[in-house]
Ligand binder design. Structure first.
Ligand SMILES: [Zn+2]
Length: 434
């Protein structure tokens, strides 16, 4: 991160009211705001050589002249872009073709392990890193005075050193500590709110069961991994807290947040989310596909139809909370995690997790393709579950979807192995396991 703090402070002051009020906009006003921002973004993209040539090929260079009704169809002519393409483009993907000293940036590693840096204008940074997060936390019931514990993939010596932590209201706790130590640190800090990966909270919940002290919290926010229905129940019961799940990526920041009615609302004023079918067309409501997003407020390094690598669906219908923003269905699975089976067929992580999601006694799991014809499911059972029956349920659930020559091994465990940034990779194909 670089850039000017004064410019961010200005962005915060200038946009705080509009960003917070955007949650209450009706559908027409929300779409109008998104269209206006999309036009401005495309103007910035046309100043970046990498995007300009792609937009020319798609006939999109004069998008600012199109009426709202034609804008989304015009955008659909533009091929989606991957992290690798943007990384290879370098400064050609920046507004004006070069970096500015006033920009902020963040670096992501991701499951591929290749670092990728995204640059933001100070105003976009203020909106995406601060205002959008703040409004969804506040809508979920968080207060400005809350004490916040963050279970994070930080080295032990990095705990407690940031300015916010020294001020006393925030505490980072390393997930590399044993779960009993994490539980003890939470109990000592007494947070009102906890941010964490679901897997880290499940480990603490098991430590609670084994007698570790319960710190409690009023609200828990999870992100970064698949959250199963069973995991949600286990975590809420163990901590006595309400849980809300957030979906985002380190490049785009938060894409969708969970309201108190349990729906995941897209932050449609700052990000346009599209679901693409396998043939590249925009999928209809309810249909699963690749999540592709356009970040509407950042002109520094435009992300236009950017492939998140995740799968999901835009749901039909409205949320009972009354907010007009689109609803995002289950989000999981990196595209690269597709399994190739001995008969030449493939399975998406989504299809496997949908089958396993239906098993109530299965709290957490990981599917690893150890051989081309062997899938090993490491499973963590609910506390009162019949373990033999759980093993059978897992085998039966997957059996119906897999060729007969694929062997299914089920291992009941207390712990799953962690990957990059301490995340649990739910489905791991053969190539990645080697
Ligand atoms: Zn809602």
């Amino acid at each position: 991160m670089s850039g000017s703090r004064a410019a961010v402070a200005y962005g915060l002051a200038r946009d705080a009211h509009a960003v917070s009020r955007a949650l209450d906009l009706d559908g027409d006003a929300l779409r109008a705001r998104a269209s206006r921002r999309l036009r401005a973004l495309l103007d910035a993209a046309a100043r970046a050589p990498f995007h300009a040539s792609r937009m020319r090929d798609a006939g999109l260079l004069r998008a600012h002249a199109l009426p709202d009704s034609e804008l989304s169809a015009a955008l659909a002519a533009l091929a989606p872009v991957t992290k690798r393409e943007l990384r290879d483009a370098g400064p050609a993907a920046f507004d004006g073709g070069r970096i500015s000293g006033s920009w902020f940036s963040s670096l992501s590693s991701g499951s591929s392990g290749e670092p990728f840096r995204v640059h933001y204008t100070p105003r976009a940074w203020a909106t995406l890193k601060h205002l959008v997060k703040l409004r969804s936390r506040r809508a979920a019931g968080m207060r400005l005075t809350d004490r916040v514990a963050i279970l994070d993939a930080v080295a032990l010596e990095q705990e407690g050193v940031s300015p916010l932590e020294r001020a006393g209201r925030v505490r980072r706790i390393s997930v590399f500590r044993p779960a009993a130590q994490v539980a003890a640190a939470l109990a000592a800090f007494r947070p009102d709110v906890i941010y964490a990966l679901p897997s880290a909270l499940l480990e603490v919940a098991r430590a609670h069961d084994d007698g570790a002290p319960r710190g409690g919290a009023r609200h828990i926010f999870t992100s970064g991994e698949l959250l199963t229905a069973a995991a949600r129940i286990t975590i809420e019961r163990s901590f006595g807290a309400k849980l809300s799940d957030v979906y985002g990526t380190s490049e785009t920041k938060e894409i969708a947040w969970e309201c108190s009615a349990g729906s995941r609302h897209v932050n449609a004023d700052v990000v346009l989310a599209e679901i693409l079918a396998d043939d590249g067309s925009v999928a209809p409501a309810g249909a699963e596909g690749d999540i592709v997003v356009t970040l509407l407020v950042n002109s520094a390094m435009p992300l236009v139809r950017y492939r998140t690598g995740d799968r999901g669906a835009i749901l039909a219908g409205d949320c009972s909370c009354g907010r007009a923003s689109p609803l995002l269905g289950v989000v999981l699975g990196r595209e690269v995690d597709v399994l190739e089976l001995p008969d030449g067929s493939t399975r998406s992580p989504y299809s496997l997790t949908m089958l396993l999601e239906r098993i109530p006694a299965l709290v957490q799991y990981q599917v690893v393709q150890t051989e081309r014809d062997v899938l090993r499911v490491t499973a963590i059972a609910a506390r009162d579950a019949d373990r033999d029956e759980l093993s059978r349920s897992i085998t039966d659930a997957l059996r119906g979807d897999l060729p007969p020559d694929v062997r299914i091994e089920v291992v009941l465990a207390d712990h799953l192995s962690r990957g990059a940034r301490a995340k649990i990779r739910v489905v791991q194909p053969l190539a990645a396991a080697q």
